[in-house]
Design a protein around this ligand. Structure first.
Ligand SMILES: [Zn+2]
Ligand SMILES: [Zn+2]
Length: 385
């Protein structure tokens, strides 16, 4: 593998101004949102519950404006994933705890996609927090006029993707058939690239409401299919490998895994205010009633996503002698084995390389099931070479 070339270095340097502006604009949007929400929750007739929400806004506001550690520009830019701190900068997800004694929580995006997902419980600072909402541009303003683009739409964070039902192909291009296995393509799925969430203290509201512990989510890793990709083929006898330069990796969370169907139930998120409607029918009914009092928005079925570009190796793993096609147990084992081998050989930390198995479906010409592949990639966005 090669490191950063002149071309890539130039792209990073030239993109710095835009990246910096994006982070600063995000900071300003945050300041405005906290101010607006503080006003909403601190009217003369506020309930105890609303007062607590207002106090949480005040704490969050102080954190990003005056706190000597968190608001310090270099620390803030590192938390936002723009500057390196003790490791390569990573994209981060944040969770506003919604309480006044706990600072904002940050996680690397790949982990936050599951940990901060709506409906999940997060334990922090003796609080049992539950994610109740996604935050995006405009999600605090009470709009939602019929026929006008929703706040989520105008934020540009939700995009249509097409997932093949037969193999692990995913693309953003509209196609009739899957470019990998030839299967007719179905409807699109809305993937929302949300990275800021808000939680609420559960223990102090009602403890009987949710006795479930951590949720099991349907998380899927995919290589995004693109028209032009730079591929170098290494035709090793038993393990042909492709090196894809700056491949697009998409990690999606399809919601709580349905114990019967085994698939994620997806997230019902209000396209105006970002609040998450619980899946349980009784809870959902109560949620609809209280939500309608302050927000005219409607919920959309979404899948949460996080994507980045990095160098990837795609190894085709031959089936065990005497068998053919995709063997899930073999692929999962091979992915883990290749991961251990690669990180031992390259002397990297456990989190710096990741791997996942990939189904390629049936050969469109012969109809025979093809063996699976292992995608091995650098988990540092952009790749460290
Ligand atoms: Zn396919
Ligand atoms: Zn709403």
């Amino acid at each position: 593998m090669t490191g950063f070339g002149t071309e890539e270095a130039r792209r990073i340097v030239e993109g710095f101004r835009d990246d910096m502006e994006r982070v600063l604009e995000g900071w300003w949007a945050q300041v405005q949102r906290l101010n607006e929400e503080f006003k909403q929750y601190s009217t003369i007739g506020s309930t105890v519950y609303d007062k607590r929400k207002a106090a949480a806004r005040q704490r969050a506001y102080a954190e990003i404006t005056t706190d000597p550690e968190r608001a310090y520009p270099l620390a803030y830019l590192a938390d936002a994933g723009l500057l390196p701190s003790y490791q390569f900068p990573t994209d981060t997800f944040s969770l506003d705890p919604g309480v006044d004694d706990t600072p904002t929580l940050f996680r690397p995006a790949g982990i936050g996609l599951e940990e901060f997902a709506p409906g999940n419980l997060v334990y922090a600072n003796n609080h049992k927090l539950k994610t109740i909402r996604a935050i995006f541009a405009g999600s605090w303003s009470e709009r939602g006029v019929a026929g006008v683009r929703s706040n989520l739409d105008s934020s540009g964070l939700a995009r249509a993707f097409y997932f093949c039902g037969r193999c692990d192909m995913v693309t953003e291009e509209v196609r009739n058939d899957c470019p990998v296995c030839g299967e007719p393509m179905g409807r699109h799925v809305n993937v929302a690239f949300l990275s800021q969430f808000e939680a609420e203290d559960q223990a102090r509201i009602t403890s009987a409401e949710d006795v479930r512990e951590r949720r099991r989510f349907d998380v899927r890793d995919r290589l995004v299919e693109e028209g032009e990709t730079e591929v170098a083929l290494f035709d090793y006898a038993f393990l042909p490998v492709e090196h894809r330069r700056m491949a697009r990796i998409l990690r999606t969370n399809w919601g709580r895994r349905d114990p019967v169907k085994g698939e994620g139930e997806r997230f019902a998120i209000c396209a105006e205010c970002g609040r998450h409607r619980p899946a349980d029918p009784d809870q959902a009914k109560r949620w609809e009633e209280s939500h309608a009092r302050f927000c005219p928005g409607v919920c959309e079925e979404l899948v949460l996503g996080y994507e980045f570009r990095t160098d990837a190796l795609v190894a085709t793993v031959p089936p065990q002698p005497g068998s053919e096609g995709y063997d899930e147990a073999l692929l999962v084992t091979a992915a883990e084995a290749l991961l251990i081998a690669a990180s031992t050989y390259l002397e990297t930390e456990a989190y710096e390389i990741s791997a996942f198995p990939r189904r390629t479906g049936a050969d469109p010409e012969t109809g025979a099931e093809r063996p699976g592949q292992v995608v091995l990639y650098e988990s540092v966005p952009g790749g460290a070479g």
